[in-house]
Design a protein around this ligand. Structure first.
Ligand SMILES: Cc1ncc(COP(=O)(O)O)c(C=O)c1O
Length: 457
């Protein structure tokens, strides 16, 4: 992580900072947030639910919600004043904080958009224009992981396939034993894409942390391979990026990198950043003409400015980044400390669960961040996607546990293997009891002889 980011983690003096290129200054922290203060920050959570699924929708503390509401009221009180005097500088301020946190070269490289889905549409639309404009040849290739997020796969289909591109999926093993397995499958897909030099790989879409099953992908290595193999553009989908894994966009080296801020960075929905690497000697965007798919007054003024006004709507989620920074800096080590403790705790709880159930983890601890895949007992007979939904619903309705489940089809010849994995997460509001509740719920199902076939739809 870059030193500028570290300064930012320890900073409490960002509010009111208007210079987008200034580095946040250090200020010593006297006392850290207490357990009861954390409880109070998340007191709006449904207290009867063991919430071990931060991965789907993230979480937002009370102090950030209050900051958001202030912005919403400010707009409703005097919208014209808010529009002319507050909105643009506040979005710029948020972008400048993100720029420092992720070590971007310039604030112009950082756009704020609604979510990772929107960011993917921006990048893939640009790729489609490459085919439509004759820059790419029909049949040129886009490579993505087999475990790419479903909505992003649909976007690849909608933009790239429809424009004449061919899509090649990187087959990934699961359970996964080492990052070399991923690197080797990725190389195979690129070779296939190039077809002995007959075609070109125009775009690689690489997840930083796959959603289901959840695994941390060695993005830096894969981006490097893309460069060596002449892939035109690399887009990293890090919907679970900032606050979950190390994000240093210069070090990772992709052309585009998006991370939601509403998953692991405590923003309310909906906000993500999209980093677009500057090209050319003058650091301009070179031949890149990225546009927001929603066109409004700022069309043609650069993606970051276009994205800052896509018509009348609620922009408050984009404005609370300074409040989030204040929140995370109440924790020892700021966002780095939160990330490290979440990782340690989710591994500890994952290991506790597999020991209790006699199963195994879906990946090595070093290949997970704040989420880990935990094998479920084979006797639950999870044998389809619909079984995973039935089990998840049953755990919610009967045991007040919220956790997503993954179905892994058995490989030919496998008997009594683990076919279901739970994706557990850890965030600052979690307690060990949340995981004990899950452990006991599954033990209860097992001792009652329940299988997925016996659960209602
Ligand atoms: C890898 C990945 N990409 C994209 C998304 C989409 O995120 P959003 O719904 O916030 O756009 C998700 C959501 O979980 C995801 O896990």
């Amino acid at each position: 992580m870059a030193s500028s980011s570290l300064n930012c983690h320890n900073s409490h003096s960002l509010n009111g900072c208007s210079n987008p290129n200034s580095t946040p200054t250090k200020k010593p922290k006297l006392s850290f947030i207490s357990d009861s203060e954390i409880e109070s920050e998340f007191s709006h959570h449904d207290q009867i639910i063991a919430r071990i699924n931060n991965g789907s929708f993230g979480s937002c503390p009370q102090s950030v919600i209050s900051a958001q509401q202030k912005f919403q009221l400010q707009f409703l009180r005097q919208p014209d004043n808010f529009y002319f005097n507050t909105l643009k500088p506040s979005i710029l301020h948020s972008r400048s904080i993100i720029k420092s946190l992720v070590n971007a070269h310039s604030v112009d490289e950082i756009s704020l958009v609604d979510n990772a889905t929107t960011a993917a549409a921006i990048v893939l639309q640009n790729c489609a224009w490459g085919f439509d404009g004759g820059i790419f040849n029909k049949g040129d290739v886009a490579v993505m992981l087999h475990y790419a997020y479903g909505a992003v796969k649909k976007s690849v289909q909608a933009y790239v396939t429809r424009a004449g591109g061919e899509v090649i999926e990187v087959q990934l093993p699961f359970p996964v034993g080492s990052k070399e397995e991923i690197v080797s499958e990725f190389r195979k897909a690129l070779e296939k894409g190039k077809e002995n030099g007959k075609k070109r790989v125009r775009l690689a879409v690489i997840d930083h942390v796959t959603s289901m099953p959840s695994v941390v992908i060695p993005v830096k290595e894969l981006v490097k391979i893309c460069r060596e193999e002449g892939v035109d553009q690399v887009f990293v989908d890090a919907a679970h990026g900032i606050g979950c894994v190390d994000v240093d966009v210069r070090d990772i080296g992709a052309d585009f990198y998006t991370s939601n801020l509403h998953k692991w960075f405590f923003c309310p929905p909906s906000v993500a950043f999209l980093y677009c690497r500057k090209r050319g000697e003058e650091g301009n965007m070179g031949d890149l003409h990225l546009h927001h798919p929603v066109v409004s007054h700022e069309y043609g003024n650069g993606l970051a400015v276009e994205s800052a006004w896509i018509g009348t709507r609620d922009y408050s989620a984009q404005l609370v980044v300074p409040a989030v920074l204040e929140f995370i800096n109440r924790f020892e080590g700021g966002i780095e400390g939160i990330k490290r403790r979440n990782h340690e705790k989710v591994v500890e709880m994952g290991e506790m669960l597999v020991k209790a159930w006699g199963t195994s983890l879906g990946s090595l601890p070093e290949m997970c961040a704040s989420m880990i895949m935990v094998g479920l007992p084979a006797c639950l007979e999870i044998s389809s996607e619909s079984d995973t939904l039935k089990l998840r619903t049953h755990l919610r309705d009967h045991f007040q546990v919220e956790v997503p489940i993954y179905f892994r089809a058995p490989i030919d010849g496998e008997v009594s293997s683990i076919t279901g994995y739970a994706r557990i997460s850890h965030q600052v509001y979690n307690k060990d009891d949340d995981y004990y509740r899950f452990r006991d719920a599954v033990n209860q199902l097992v001792s009652d002889g329940i299988t997925c076939a016996s659960l209602s739809n």
